[in-house]
Design a protein around this ligand. Sequence first.
Ligand SMILES: C[S@@+](CC[C@H](N)C(=O)[O-])C[C@H]1O[C@@H](n2cnc3c(N)ncnc32)[C@H](O)[C@@H]1O
Length: 125
Amino acid sequence: MSKETKSQAKPWLSSRRRSAIPAILDPIRRLFEPPQRLIGSYVKKGQVVADLGCGPGYYAIPMAEIVGSEGKVYAVDLGKHSIRTLEKKAKKHGYRNIETHASSAADLSFIKDRSVDFVLANGLL
Ligand SMILES: C[S@@+](CC[C@H](N)C(=O)[O-])C[C@H]1O[C@@H](n2cnc3c(N)ncnc32)[C@H](O)[C@@H]1O
């Protein structure tokens, strides 16, 4: 499988970012912290979920894949660079169900009805 095809099939494989955990280590991280397996028990098709402190989307992209076009992922991070990286990945791979916010997780007033089905806050301060 070509590099391009592989990255299109599993978009969370590809990322370029500034982060405490460089993207090059993602394959190793996935061995110990497989995102789809970890969130798969909680996140279901059609749900509205929030990833607080989403970074460049290690969990937000798999969450978007699971909830599908009927669902939605609110992806929130203080870091504008992380949010831009996630937006590029989402656009490249056609995820229209991720709503990004470069802001503090302390203000979630943009969430409709102030209600979601699941919240992930991994590594959030
Ligand atoms: C260790 S990274 C984890 C990223 C992602 N959750 C993951 O598991 O790969 C923590 C992220 O949380 C963000 N963050 C920390 N405190 C935050 C806050 N109060 N509001 C929004 N984002 C925050 C940082 O900018 C950083 O991108």
